[in-house]
Write a protein that binds this ligand. Sequence first.
Ligand code: NAD
Length: 290
Amino acid sequence: MKIGFIGLGNMGAPMAANLAAAGHEVTGFDTAGTTAEGVANADTAEAAVQAADVVITMLPNGQILRKVADTVIPAMKQGAVLLDCSTVDVDSARAVAEQANAAGLGALDAPVSGGIGGAQGGTLTFMVGGDDGAFETAKPLFDIMGQKAVHCGPSGNGQAAKICNNMILGATMIVTCEAFALADKLGLDRQAMFDVVSTSSGYSWSMNAYCPAPGIGPKSPSDNEYKPGFAAELMLKDLTLAMQAAESADADTPIGQAARELYRRFVEDEDGNGRDFSAMLPRFENRGHQ
Ligand code: NAD
């Protein structure tokens, strides 16, 4: 397949390289001039997409996606598919899909989980919104870049699934950290708490697979001085998208709101230090910094 790839950053570059390594003809474009292994470089976004059967975008946010869509949609060939893998707001995802459909293109929103490691290893999970035909076209590409693609319904539903998942993740991480700080004060050993909770009804991915307490459970960023991993800034971005969506859909999300506020203060205090989102635990250990 001929693939145009717009946005060769931390995630996009390894995803594009994996597609090229699997034998696809990939042409990339990034405003920062970044490149990826095996990927031909175009001078403009239009040049990267004009011959493509599928155009993949991996961009920072919905505003940039909308701008890029205005440029690439008129340059794409009829019947091609625009596949956005960025994490963006549901409204932008739906607007871009509508614009693509109106121009005779297929469109999918397919945000990912799995982070940079998943992008490099080709083990991402894709949460996909859009019609069946476009999903079938993109399926072989999902199989190269990832290990699982779930078709969640019409356009925007991939983004909806992503922000709902990450709202749960943010909230469970916070309460797991709170519980460790409380256990410390009650004189309960952290290992004992892990052994109980990880096999009891309080278990979660945050506790079992990504334990925020150093030296407990499987290896995680807490064992590496909280270097990300999944940076607190990215969690704040996803929680902010979740709260925007909740407001526009008139949904009641009080715990999501509280989680967003805690991560907002975390990122503000970090001042660009970029620690992992599980570093909420040292913040609870030191009550003065909440
Ligand atoms: P990044 O900042 O490393 O990459 C984004 C790239 O887009 C940059 O190289 C930038 O130069 C390029 N870009 C910006 N505007 C452009 C334009 N108009 N035309 C062409 N290129 C342009 O970000 P990333 O970590 O690769 O993340 C990309 C997306 O994936 C984000 O939406 C993010 O939320 C999501 N995501 C990231 C992770 C992660 O762990 N990094 C995990 C899951 C999802």
